[in-house]
Design a protein around this ligand. Structure first.
Ligand SMILES: O=C(O)CCC(=O)C(=O)O
Length: 311
């Protein structure tokens, strides 16, 4: 994972210093330090951390959510808060086919976090056809190299669908949010990573198995230098449910595996402090990286015929 010479690049050192400065400020603010690295660990490596459990509720009001989960940085599984969403009632792979979009999309191949960065281009329509033909459930492969429409800007592509979901529970306390879709076959894996914002992952169709690790355990997570955004083992198992949503507070490592063909929507939300200390430094890093001034291994570029090609 080490790109020789990259760590000594002056800009790398400068940004690393900046990140350290922000980390110190974070610590002063009693937040988890910002490092922006994914980790190198496979789920089968059992970490010797006790299972701390997770709160599970049917519903929650905004005030309790703010106090007991956002401010307390504690995850929460919500079982009945998306029952009346139009997404839960109406979205399916056939529904997405009926939208007749042939826009190009980028598909992740395999676990790009801990594995090789691989992606390919397809048309949305062709991908949906391919998904409809897929078996409903996982064939038991641990890490399938199946194409995954991950971090899909679903409401840029289908603005009319934004009213089908409702993340007010989180967004009412934030100044910025970003909502993305995750459409894929059974067996996709999004390896352990953390997000620099509070996240709600809503399972619209199919099942996913999610493992969470608290930020307190970050020193046991073998942080990788691979570039991407974003840890007791509290095991959250969504195996037998869909129509549920999981609150993943900022800084909690998560590993997600789809057990069925699956449609999810996640909503990442930031407060002002997050914009200044998380989003902006990450943007600067991304710009430097895109123009080649931070040429480390990443989840967004591949080498094709010796050329660095962006997703
Ligand atoms: O559903 C997935 O595969 C990954 C979701 C995720 O990591 C996120 O919302 O941050």
């Amino acid at each position: 994972m080490n790109n020789s010479g990259v760590d000594d690049h002056p800009l790398h050192i400068l940004v690393a210093k900046w990140t350290t400065l922000f980390s110190i400020i974070f610590t002063i603010n009693s937040l988890t330090p910002a490092c922006g690295y994914t980790m190198q660990i496979e789920l089968s490596n059992s970490l010797n951390i006790s299972d701390q459990g997770i709160s599970i509720r049917d519903q929650i009001d905004g005030k309790s959510f703010l106090k007991e989960h956002i401010l307390a940085n504690r995850p929460l599984l919500l079982r009945q808060m998306m029952h009346d969403w139009q997404a839960t009632k109406g979205w399916s792979f056939e529904f997405f086919r009926s939208l007749q979009s042939s826009s190009p999309v980028h598909l992740e191949q395999g676990n790009v976090m801990q594995g090789h960065t691989g992606f390919r281009k397809a048309s949305f329509a062709d991908f949906i056809e391919q998904l409809i033909a897929e078996p409903e459930q996982s064939d038991g492969q641990r890490i399938a190299n199946k194409p995954y429409l991950s971090v899909f800007k679903i409401f840029d592509e289908f603005p009319q669908l934004s009213k089908d979901v409702d993340f007010t529970l989180l967004n009412q306390f934030k100044v910025k949010h970003s909502t993305v879709g995750w459409l894929g076959p059974a067996g996709t894996v999004t390896g352990y990573h953390i997000d620099w914002g509070d996240n709600i992952l809503a399972q619209v169709q199919g099942r996913k198995c999610i493992h969470l690790v608290s930020p307190d355990e970050s020193d046991k997570m073998y942080v990788s230098k691979k570039f991407d955004q974003g840890t007791a083992i509290s095991k959250v198992d969504l195996e037998n449910y869909d129509g549920e949503m999981l609150f993943i507070p900022r800084g909690w490592w998560h590993h997600v595996r789809s057990l069925d063909k699956s449609i999810s929507v996640s909503n990442l939300a930031f407060d002002l402090r997050g914009i200044v200390f998380d989003v902006l430094p990450q943007r600067v890093k991304q710009i430097l990286h895109n123009v080649g001034l931070w040429p480390c291994e990443c989840t967004c570029h591949v080498l094709r015929d010796g050329k660095r090609v962006k997703k």
